[in-house]
Design a binder for this molecule. Structure first.
Ligand SMILES: Nc1ncnc2c1ncn2[C@@H]1O[C@H](COP(=O)(O)OP(=O)(O)OP(=O)(O)O)[C@@H](O)[C@H]1O
Ligand SMILES: [Mg+2]
Length: 426
C-alpha cells in the first residue's frame, strides 16, 4: 500500500489502531460481565442445593414463600446480568464492521478526489480496498488475542492459587508402623486458626495401651477439639502429642488415620446402601464382617426390619434413618476396621440409656486390647472408662476414675447426681 500511495495508506490505517483498542475494551467488558454471570450462576446453584437439602427445615418453619422469593430475586439478577452481556456481545461485530467501513469510505472518498484530480487511477482504489480487507482481520485479531491472553492469565492465576495451596498438615518423617495405642498429650494448647478461639489450654494426659479415656464437659469446652488433634486434622499450637512414643507429626498421615476409628459428632452418611455405608471404613469387607459390626453397634435389629435389609438405600446424608440409627451406623463403620484407637465423639447422644449400655458393653469387648476415647455430655457414657477427664473452657478441671471423682465430690459428682435423677424421672 505504501509503494502504491503513501498518503492514502496513512489515511486508511488511522481507524485500525482505534479498531484494535475498541476490540480490546469491548472484550474486557465481555470478560467482566461473563465473570459476574458465572458468580450469579454459582450463587443460584448453591441456593438451590441448600433449599433442597434443607427442605424439611424450610417447610417446618413455613419459609417456602420466602425461599421462593429469594430464588426469584436471584434469578432476576441473573437475567439482568445476562442481558448486559448480550448487549455488549451484540455490539461487538457491528463495531468492527463500522470501523473497517470507515476506512473503506475514506479510501473511496479521498481516492475518488485523487482520481478526479488525475493523480491516481481507478485501479489504485480497487487495489486499496482489497488490501484494506486483508488488513482488517489481522488487526481485529490483535485486539482479540491480546484480551484472550489477559483473560487466560487471570484464570491461570486463580487456578495457581489452588494448585499452589499446600496443606499445613505434613509429615516430618513419614513413619509407618502398626500402632499399639499408647497416647500422651503434654501441655497441649490449641487455637483455631480461623476464629482465634483458644480451645485447649495446657492439656496433659496419658492413655495406656488398651485402656479407655473418657472426656466429659459442657458444650464448647474443647472435647471435639481433642478428637480433631488426635486424628491430626489440626496440629497443636503448643505442646506435643505422642503415640507409642513417636511425635504424631512424624507419622505418615494415611497410615495414622487408617488405624484410628473415628465416629464424628456430626454423622455423615452417603446416599448409598447401608452395606456400603458400613463398609466405607475398609476395603473388601466380607458379608460376615458387616453383619458382625452391625450387631456390635446394636443396629442389626433395625436393619432386619427394613424391606431391603443391608441393601436399603439411604437418602441424602442418611435422611431415611432416625438420629440414633445414624449414630449406630456411624459406630459400625468405625469398628468394622478394627482400629487400634477408637474415638467416639458424643456418638451416643441420640440413643436411649438402654441402647447406650448395650453398645458400651459391646464396645468394652471389642475394645479389649485397644485404646478408646469416649467423649460425652452424659456421665452414663463415661463412667465405665478407666480414666475420666472433666473439661471446662478448654481446661481440665477434674481427673481420675469414676470412684475418685465421686469421692472428690465436685463437678463430676454433681453432674452424676443431676443426670441420675433426670433419668429416674424418665
Ligand atoms: N472449626 C472450628 N473453627 C473455629 N473454632 C472452632 C471450630 N470448632 C470449634 N471451635 C471453637 O472451639 C471451642 C471448642 O469447641 P469443641 O467443638 O471442641 O467443643 P465441644 O466440647 O466438642 O462442644 P460440644 O459438646 O458442643 O460438641 C468452641 O468455642 C468452638 O466455638
Ligand atoms: Mg463436640
Amino acid at each position: 500500500m505504501l509503494f502504491v500511495d503513501a498518503k492514502l495508506t496513512l489515511l486508511t490505517i488511522i481507524p485500525l489502531p482505534i479498531l484494535a483498542a475498541t476490540i480490546y475494551v469491548v472484550n474486557n467488558l465481555i470478560d467482566k460481565r461473563s465473570d459476574l454471570i458465572q458468580k450469579q450462576v454459582s450463587a443460584l446453584s448453591t441456593f438451590i442445593q441448600e433449599a433442597f437439602s434443607g427442605i424439611r427445615v424450610i417447610k417446618a418453619f413455613g419459609r417456602q414463600n420466602d425461599s421462593a422469593r429469594t430464588f426469584e430475586k436471584a434469578t432476576h439478577e441473573y437475567l439482568k446480568r445476562s442481558m448486559k452481556l448480550t448487549i455488549v456481545n451484540s455490539l461487538f461485530f457491528p463495531a468492527i464492521l463500522l470501523l473497517t467501513g470507515i476506512s473503506t469510505v475514506v479510501v473511496v472518498y479521498v481516492g475518488g478526489n485523487d482520481v478526479i484530480n488525475g493523480t491516481i487511477t481507478y485501479g489504485t482504489i480497487v487495489a486499496f480496498i482489497f488490501y484494506l480487507n486483508r488488513l482488517t482481520w489481522p488487526v481485529a485479531s490483535l485486539g482479540y488475542v491480546t484480551s484472550m491472553i489477559l483473560r487466560a492469565e487471570a484464570s491461570q492465576r486463580r487456578i495457581n492459587e489452588f494448585l499452589k495451596t499446600k496443606t499445613d498438615i505434613i509429615s516430618g518423617k513419614n513413619i509407618q508402623k502398626v500402632l499399639k495405642g499408647h497416647i500422651v498429650f503434654s501441655n497441649v494448647h490449641f487455637t483455631y486458626p480461623d476464629s482465634g478461639i483458644h480451645a485447649l489450654k495446657n492439656i496433659s494426659f496419658e492413655i495406656k495401651e488398651g485402656s479407655s479415656l473418657a472426656i466429659l464437659g459442657s458444650t464448647g469446652s474443647g472435647k471435639s477439639t481433642i478428637a480433631n488433634l488426635l486424628c491430626r486434622l489440626y496440629d497443636t499450637t503448643k505442646g506435643e502429642i505422642k503415640i507409642d512414643g513417636t511425635d504424631i507429626k512424624d507419622f505418615n498421615i494415611g497410615n495414622l488415620r487408617g488405624q484410628i476409628g473415628y465416629v464424628p459428632q456430626d454423622v455423615f452418611l452417603f446416599s448409598d446402601t447401608i452395606k456400603n455405608n458400613i463398609a466405607f471404613g475398609g476395603i473388601k469387607l466380607s458379608e460376615e464382617e458387616i453383619l458382625r459390626a452391625s450387631k456390635e453397634a446394636d443396629l442389626y435389629d433395625n436393619i432386619k426390619d427394613f424391606p431391603d435389609k443391608f441393601e436399603t438405600i439411604l437418602g441424602e446424608r442418611g435422611i431415611t434413618l432416625s438420629g440414633g440409627q445414624k449414630q449406630r451406623l456411624s459406630i459400625a463403620r468405625a469398628i468394622i476396621r478394627e482400629p487400634k484407637i477408637l474415638i467416639l465423639d458424643d456418638c451416643l447422644s441420640a440413643v436411649d440409656t438402654k441402647t447406650e449400655n448395650i453398645i458400651l458393653e459391646n464396645l468394652k469387648r471389642i475394645m479389649k486390647d485397644r485404646t478408646s476415647v469416649v467423649i460425652s455430655h452424659r456421665v452414663s457414657s463415661v463412667k465405665l472408662a478407666d480414666y475420666i477427664l472433666v473439661l471446662e473452657d478448654g481446661e481440665v478441671i477434674e481427673r481420675g476414675t469414676h470412684e475418685e471423682l465421686m469421692k472428690l465430690g465436685k463437678t463430676y459428682k454433681e453432674l452424676y447426681q443431676k443426670q441420675l435423677t433426670e433419668e429416674q424421672k424418665v
